[in-house]
Design a protein around this ligand. Structure first.
Ligand code: UFG
Length: 336
């Protein structure tokens, strides 16, 4: 298939684009480089455009004879979405609606959408199944849920085939060390811990040790970004016009903040000092996927363990201590 990957210069999008190519698909990246890195897209055809520029997006779809879309382009900082919801509503909701309308105009009727476990809010139970009520507690989670609703309505009315893939904690890096996680600012646990191991930070903060979990720290379901990528390709290959898939992507295993730090200590061979600080607002005690629906629907399950996740992330961060190191590109893109 000829697939347009929006946000294909970003973290999950670049890994999925690589996986698509490996599976024999033709890929075109569309990214505005607001958060992405040009280098992450490698040599793939690249369209520098914003989703809100609908004529440009339609033209790209027509020019490249696009048959399906993988949609990753979005802002994904839960905290910023609380303090500056306007940019989240505009980018994640208005941008996605603009993309859906561009797809209708260009007669593209399949989409794999990057959703999140943040659409569930504070879960009533773990592991979380797809029929768990969706009550997001952040504007970020709400923007993703809003697009899940739009997809369902577009599917019903216009015959769109869609997969809404609800990720748990995306982590790790490509096995070949060519691409990995590079956020600015970094807020995710594993890269922050590894930055301490690299001597870029003195210590890592643990946000709360009084949660109702065995060691008092939050539990998350860390899933390797390449396992996420494989699930995206499987979903795309299964989609037919009018089909609706809503699937959790996780491993089904939880790890606490303390467990993640201990494993990082072992793998990086560094003491990694910690500071215990107050809970971070909006952090549920435990988020773990029931991943059985993805197994049933896609014959997919995550293969990589937390150890492999941290090993791949360590390889990436050690070899690329400045990430993609392309801040100049971003400045240029904003000014050009
Ligand atoms: N944590 C710390 N210290 C840090 C950073 C994180 O203790 O410096 C803890 C958090 O409290 C949390 C765990 O480590 O318990 C993981 O935190 P991350 O920030 O790495 O990831 P989140 O679980 O907050 O976020 C992920 C995705 C979001 C998604 C969210 C849903 O990255 O996109 O899950 O809750 F919205």
């Amino acid at each position: 298939m000829r697939v347009l990957v929006t946000g294909g210069a970003g973290y999950v999008g670049s890994h999925a684009a690589k996986q698509l190519v490996k599976s024999g698909h033709d890929v075109v990246i569309l990214d505005n480089l607001a958060e992405g890195h040009r280098q992450a897209a490698g040599n793939l055809p690249f369209v520098s455009a914003d989703l809100l520029d609908r004529p440009r997006v339609v033209a790209a779809m027509q020019e490249h004879k696009i048959e399906a879309v993988m949609h990753f382009a979005a802002f994904a900082y839960v905290g910023v979405s609380v303090t500056d919801p306007a940019i989240y509503y505009r980018n994640n909701i208005v941008g996605s609606l603009s993309l859906l309308d561009a797809m209708r105009e260009a007669a593209v009727n399949r989409i794999v959408f990057s959703s999140t476990c943040a659409t569930y809010g504070i879960p009533n139970h773990v592991p979380i199944t797809e029929d768990h009520p969706q009550h997001p507690i952040s504007p970020y989670g709400f923007t993703k849920l809003a697009i899940e609703h739009a997809l369902a309505d577009y599917s019903h009315a216009y015959g769109l085939g869609y997969a809404a893939l609800r990720y748990f904690n995306a982590s790790g890096a490509a096995a070949d060390g060519t691409i990995g996680e590079d956020h600015d600012p970094e807020t995710h646990l594993i890269p922050l811990v590894l930055q301490v191991a690299l001597g870029q930070r003195e210590s890592v903060d643990i946000f709360g040790t009084d949660y109702p979990t065995p060691d008092g720290t939050c539990i998350r379901d860390y899933i390797h970004v390449d396992d996420l990528a494989t699930a995206h390709v499987a979903a795309l290959e299964k989609l037919k016009p009018g089909m609706a898939l809503k699937l959790n992507l996780g491993t089904g295993h939880g790890a606490s903040v303390q467990e993640v730090i201990s494993l990082c200590r072992e793998i990086a061979g560094h003491p990694i000092p910690i500071r215990t600080v107050a809970r971070r607002e909006g952090d549920p005690p435990a988020l773990v996927a029931d991943a059985s629906a993805a197994k049933r629907e896609l014959n997919w399950q995550a293969k990589r363990t937390l150890r492999e996740i941290i090993q791949s992330a360590w390889k990436w961060h050690r070899s690329n201590p400045r990430g993609f190191g392309d801040s100049q590109n971003r400045v240029c893109d904003a000014n050009c």
